[in-house]
Design a protein around this ligand. Structure first.
Ligand code: FMN
Length: 210
């Protein structure tokens, strides 16, 4: 098994993908499996991830993504769409799933459900949207790390017109909003960015050990 820190040094935000090299469906599935396993607050996963492989749709995303070539040259574009609003159903569906997976009697987790509802349902809509988008970013981070571990390249991207993405992908009707994306594929040998040294703030500045 390769060293995880080596994997993180190997990865970079790809500027130019090699459109002729496709990530296999089997490898894409490994990334989907990893994203599914993302941690989230209370485990509620208040988002949906669209995996866009269709070339015509990717071209549309590129046009709405400041013409960044990654949208069309990547094998797939993972669009993280967070729930802009939610109600009790978000909690109830999760509780139902938990009770089924853990083989518990219906109603066993009612106390936990109420705790979540008390914490979340009375938040103003903007706070709900902020919370759901933070959960989506955790999933994005997980995708980037998983891709690196599998030696699959990726580029996280916020440089796109979110409203246009919502329109292209039919998200608005589902109470969803595209918040961040990751293009996934293989780096082009010509992408000079891969040779640039990593720029990260020094640990003395980033961390304080108490
Ligand atoms: C949330 C987020 C949004 C980003 N948006 C873009 C983008 O739109 N286009 C792009 O080329 N890079 C984008 N990046 C890449 C960052 O510039 C890059 O991750 C950062 O400079 C660190 O470099 P490295 O990832 O290559 O190590 C984004 C990164 C993140 C995490």
């Amino acid at each position: 098994m390769s060293n995880y820190i080596d994997d993180l040094n190997w990865r970079y935000a790809v500027k130019q993908f090699d459109a002729s090299k496709k990530v296999s469906d089997e490898d894409l599935q490994k990334l989907i499996d990893a994203v599914q396993l993302s941690a989230s607050s209370y485990g509620l996963q208040p988002y949906k991830i669209l995996v866009v492989k269709d070339q015509a749709v990717k071209e549309k995303l590129k046009a709405a993504g400041y013409n960044q070539s990654q949208f069309s040259d990547a094998t797939a574009v993972f669009v993280f769409a967070h729930q802009t609003d939610f109600d009790a159903e978000l909690v109830d569906s999760y509780i139902e799933l938990s009770e089924r997976i853990k083989e518990l009697e219906t109603g066993t987790l009612e106390g936990y459900a109420n705790l979540m509802k008390n914490a979340l349902l009375n938040l103003p809509q903007e706070a709900k949207a902020g919370w759901t988008s933070r959960q989506a970013y955790i999933a994005l981070g997980n995708l980037l790390s998983a891709a690196a571990a599998h030696k699959i390249d990726a580029c996280p991207m916020e440089g796109f017109e979110a409203a246009a993405f919502d329109e292209i992908l039919g998200l608005t009707d589902q109470n969803l909003h595209a918040v961040v994306v990751a293009a996934v594929g293989y780096r082009s040998a010509e992408d000079e960015t891969q040779h640039a040294p990593k720029v990260r703030r020094p640990q003395e500045e980033l961390f304080e050990i108490i």
